[in-house]
Design a protein. Structure first.
Length: 223
């Protein structure tokens, strides 16, 4: 069978729309995941056993189940839960369900990254800040977290690359991301192999280039 990639050029606008959807899902998932993950990390580091145990249970649960299950659950099960609570049908849509699923799932991984980053900061800095009269919240916000985020930036970016690849799982709920767009266009014109090969090449180039930049950044931060 001869491969013909000429049909990809006319389909580029549709593929670009799919890529925009992929990037939008990734960015929103990363931002929400880091925000929630930071809160969970502070809970795990808290002196309160209740907060630490709750955050630990959350992290262990979401790290023990596949992302595909989380996406499907939010898309199918959450509307039933909302209807049970409110008594009304509350469809949340494929896009919203996927964004929330990515945020909550990635938060478990970002939590461990943030926790490790905070623990890498010398405890003496916390004591010095408290000696100056700063509260725990001020110390974390102004001294500990800025240093921790600088150290863990490469790991956060690496996890973001993984999420970029995982966004392809949204096909299960009918959301048209880049891979789903490539698959659909290829099926329509009978060139599925070419479109899937092209999609794979795009994912490889973006992920490899991003990973290379992350390694360069990690070396600079280490120095």
């Amino acid at each position: 069978m001869e491969l013909d990639f000429s049909e990809i050029i006319p389909a580029l606008p549709a593929l670009w729309d799919g890529m925009l959807m992929t990037l939008k899902l990734m960015v929103m998932g990363v931002v929400g995941g880091i925000a929630l993950g930071t809160i969970l990390a502070l809970m795990r580091l808290s002196s309160s056993k209740l907060l630490a145990n709750l955050a630990g249970a959350y992290v262990n649960y979401f790290r023990s189940i596949p992302l595909l299950l989380v996406i499907t659950w939010f898309y199918l099960a959450v509307p039933f839960v909302l209807r049970w609570i409110t008594g009304e049908d509350t469809p949340i849509g494929a896009f919203t369900s996927c964004v929330v699923a990515f945020m909550m799932f990635e938060a478990a991984y970002f939590c461990e990254i943030v926790r490790a980053g905070v623990q890498s900061i010398s405890k003496g800095q916390m004591g010095a800040a408290q000696a100056l009269g700063m509260t725990y919240g001020q110390t974390m916000r102004l001294i500990i977290l800025p240093q921790a985020f600088r150290k863990m930036t490469p790991l956060l970016l690496q996890q973001s690359i993984i999420l970029f690849q995982d966004t392809s799982l949204v096909y299960t709920v009918g959301l048209v991301d880049f891979l789903n767009s490539a698959r659909a266009n290829g099926d329509i014109i009978g060139r599925s192999h070419e479109f899937l090969l092209f999609a794979g090449a795009v994912y490889f180039v973006i992920s490899f280039s991003a990973s290379f930049l992350v390694k360069r950044l990690q070396k600079r931060i280490t120095v």
